[in-house]
Design a protein around this ligand. Structure first.
Ligand SMILES: Nc1ncnc2c1ncn2[C@@H]1O[C@H](COP(=O)(O)OP(=O)(O)OP(=O)(O)O)[C@@H](O)[C@H]1O
Length: 308
């Protein structure tokens, strides 16, 4: 079931087209990563989805409705934008309590305690938010966004400016929300490693258009996985090279000493390993690699720049 549908979205600021034609959808329970260079239009798209900005054409629907006109949807979504809505002059606990009242959360005290625990801030619950590090503040911001148990969560650059440990905590929080709460999560991000680790689906935005949109798994295995085989000796490697060259579904083969590499185009690894073993190759190690999301992102963006 699609929770979010964005269709042919267009938006210009002062006559400059920022979103030229944006179409994608997000299914229930997915963690969707929205990627793109600075200024590509990620935040603008998110603001259109949230009903904070009116598109010039096209539509962005959440739970089948336009958020700009359907206020009752607010309780079903959680949002953490660049401005996190937390007050420096209140403690972590008081901030959450304020929002719990605003959302009419039942069992307020218990829920605030639960959220503080979930984001790992129980020990700092009585500290003023103004004294928090960027990472602690971000965690509390995520806690604030999920306080009312939303079905869908929108995060704009959740790990920007965080050190690696805090980035990891944010990543783990997102993964937990998806796994344990089956929350649908939309993440705008520049952090390709984070997206590769937590997102199930991604869209790559460049110059106001979607240049790639697929599951992370399919994107990474598209364009051919590569298999590397280490043989025990050189004659085995030469034999393996001959077997792989003759096999169907192998796009390219090369050898370097005792190591043979093959780019796959339909062939599966167990069949190739069996064929090499039958030809008497002494195999030490077999490793299959997929392209990283970073490689895919860079090639998509470069291709888009080349065609612009
Ligand atoms: N309210 C506005 N008025 C004028 N221009 C705007 C407005 N909001 C965004 N823009 C412009 O639209 C473009 C896209 O901005 P947006 O913030 O959506 O990009 P982004 O992909 O989120 O970038 P970043 O990764 O840097 O956050 C930018 O050139 C920005 O200056």
């Amino acid at each position: 079931m699609d929770i979010i549908t964005v269709e042919n979205l267009q938006k210009a600021f002062k006559g400059r087209a920022v979103l030229k034609d944006i179409t994608f959808s997000v299914k229930k329970g997915e963690v969707f990563g929205f990627l793109g260079p600075n200024g590509a239009g990620k935040t603008t798209t998110m603001r259109c989805m949230l009903g904070l900005l009116r598109p010039d054409a096209g539509e962005a629907l959440v739970f089948g409705e336009n958020m700009a006109v359907s206020d009752r949807l607010r309780g079903r979504i959680g949002v953490l934008l660049e401005k996190d809505g937390l007050s420096d002059r209140l403690t972590a606990c008081e901030n959450l309590d304020y929002y719990a009242r605003l959302y009419g959360v039942s069992g307020r005290d218990e829920r605030v305690r639960e959220i503080l625990e979930f984001v790992g801030l129980t020990e700092r619950k009585d500290s003023l938010v103004g004294t928090f590090s960027t990472g602690m503040r971000r965690k509390l911001g995520i806690g604030r966004a999920i306080l009312h148990n939303p079905e869908a969560l929108f995060l704009d650059e959740p790990s920007a400016g965080l050190d690696p440990e805090a980035q990891r905590m944010v990543r783990d929080l997102i993964a937990d929300l998806s796994r344990e709460e089956e929350m649908t999560v939309v993440v705008n991000s520049h952090n390709l490693d984070e997206v590769q680790r937590v997102c199930s689906t991604v869209a790559i935005l460049h110059d106001g258009r979607i240049r790639a949109f697929d599951t992370v798994e399919r994107l990474r295995s598209g364009g051919g996985a590569e298999v590397r085989i280490v043989l025990s000796d050189r004659s085995s490697a030469e034999r393996a090279l001959a077997v792989l060259s003759a096999a169907t579904g192998v796009a390219a083969v090369s050898r370097e000493g005792e190591e043979v590499s093959a780019r796959l185009d339909g062939a599966d690894v167990p069949t190739l390993v069996r064929a090499m073993a039958e030809a008497g190759c002494a195999i030490e190690e077999v490793r299959k690699d997929h392209r990283s999301l970073e490689e895919i992102y860079l090639s998509v963006v470069r291709q888009a720049e080349g065609s612009a």
